[in-house]
Design a protein around this ligand. Structure first.
Ligand code: B12
Length: 403
């Protein structure tokens, strides 16, 4: 069998749902697009992103001067369409009571960087045994994953910017092997989304500015995964109940609806046992560092650390606005992490009512952090007329919180 066929055959048997080959020339048009969007501020907020990185990522020969071919691979992940599921409430499901949040499907299993690197290994070994160089890339490597996949013809770029694999959809993760082997090249697909723009209409923040153009600073995925620190107040309501990532622009995609039911077993198994995609929010708030590590260390959720995930859980609780969550938020407003305390204050303001107000008043008496005090003050204003001194007044010594 010719080497190209051997590569493709092995890739399929490893669970990749699409494999294509493109040459190692730079991704010039894609780099121009990425550089322009970076220049226009559409990638703002990602401290590790830069125009220099775009240029380097667009040149596969930068790290592998003798590269001849790129093997572009797509690996499907089990996707749960949360938006079609009924919204569970207190006592509704097992695994913790109370309102639930949502986690993007790609993050529910073992960290995909590990999964994909493992899956590529037999391909790498095969190429090396034949005397070729082979370098792997997945996501955080300096490579334009979607541009490589599109040029290798394994899918087309949808209006939500994601690569759509025919028959599977966009619930796939991308990786590449840059090799010195000269393989038979594939051509890009002549496909597009036609007149459908469901993804653009569903995005609650309007992050998809035009077909295929995403404003990072409006994307819920950016705020809940990548952003460190305080989430701006105006961004909090549209985040809804997402606590890690967002799948809205993929869930409405009709191409995905067709592919969803069929994540092939070997691929689904590679991710191991899945986290609950609708975690109980109050339970998330109760996780200390050790419990957070035990539950999320092996998953992509580790990226936010405890601080970010609990921040997100507070926002989701504020958006679900079920007053039975006040006791959990009252505990969170006493967390030792000010980021958690401040977002818990915001959530209490959204819940409103006498119990939330008392919790905020108690917090304001104790709180020394200026930003958290400001959040408490604004939240109290949302609850109704102020019952305590203004947020600007200094804290008094710690008062015991009424049970
Ligand atoms: C930065 C980043 C993000 C950022 C910014 C998103 C963005 N638009 O770039 C944030 C944190 C918001 C994000 C979110 C998500 N991400 Co992300 N992300 C990346 C990363 C690291 C870089 C992407 C990049 O190059 N951005 C620059 C912009 C300008 O590029 P782009 O919009 O993708 O457009 C490229 C192509 O489409 C092409 N192109 C676009 N228009 C045109 C027009 C012409 C004429 C031409 C020639 C080319 C072209 O050129 C561009 C440059 O390559 C890649 C991994 C990687 N190393 O590539 C993953 C990656 C894109 N993300 C991925 C995933 C899964 C997601 C989420 C679905 C996760 C989630 N559920 O929350 C969301 C999806 C949000 C969305 N609708 O895009 C997958 C996408 C898989 C797929 N099927 O496409 C990737 C490929 C990771 C992986 N290895 O699997 N992500």
């Amino acid at each position: 069998m010719a080497l190209t066929q051997e590569v493709k055959h092995l890739a399929s048997s490893l669970g990749f749902c699409a494999v294509g080959i493109t040459g190692a020339d730079p991704f010039t048009p894609a780099a121009e697009v990425a550089a322009r969007r970076t220049h226009d501020g559409l990638m703002d907020g990602l401290s590790w992103w830069s125009e220099a990185r775009v240029q380097a990522s667009a040149d596969p020969r930068r790290a592998t001067p003798d590269a001849r071919s790129i093997i572009a691979l797509a690996f499907p992940y089990p996707a749960k369409n949360h938006s079609n599921a009924p919204s569970p409430t207190r006592g509704g499901q097992g695994g913790g009571a109370g309102p639930r949040g949502r986690i993007a499907s790609y993050a529910l299993g073992r960290d995909y960087h590990e999964v994909l690197l493992e899956r590529m290994q037999p391909l790498v070994e095969m190429l090396r045994q034949r005397g070729y160089r082979a370098k792997t890339y997945v996501d955080h490597g300096w490579m334009l994953d979607r541009a490589a996949a599109a040029r290798a013809g394994i899918g087309w770029l949808g209006k939500n910017t994601n690569l759509l694999v025919p028959g599977t959809g966009s619930n796939v993760l991308l990786c590449e092997i840059v090799t010195s082997a000269e393989l038979d090249l594939d051509q890009p697909l002549a496909k597009n989304c036609g007149s459908c723009n469901a993804c653009m209409r569903v995005c609650p923040t309007g992050a998809l500015l035009a077909p295929g153009v995403l404003d990072n600073r409006k994307c819920i995925s950016y705020w809940t995964i990548e952003h460190r620190g305080v989430i701006p107040r105006e961004m909090r309501p549209p985040i809804g109940d997402w606590v890690f990532g967002c799948d809205l622009c993929q869930e409405v995609c009709p191409i995905n609806a067709a592919g969803d039911a069929q994540t092939p077993r070997p691929s689904a198994d590679a991710f191991g046992p899945l986290l609950d995609g609708r975690p109980a929010l109050e339970e998330l708030l109760s996780l200390d560092e050790e419990a957070f590590r035990a539950r999320f260390r092996e998953s992509a959720l580790w990226r936010t650390r405890r601080s970010g995930l609990l921040r997100n859980a507070c926002i989701a609780l504020g958006n679900v606005a079920d007053r039975s969550s006040v006791p959990a938020l009252r505990r969170a407003i006493q967390d030792r992490d000010p980021l958690v305390r401040g977002h818990a204050a915001w959530a209490l303001g959204r819940l409103g009512g006498p119990a939330a107000k008392r919790a905020l008043e108690g917090a304001l008496r104790r709180e020394a952090d200026a930003w958290v005090r400001e959040e408490c003050g604004l939240a109290l204003e949302e609850c109704g007329p102020l019952a305590v001194r203004s947020a600007a007044s200094p804290p008094t010594p710690l008062q015991p919180e009424p049970a």
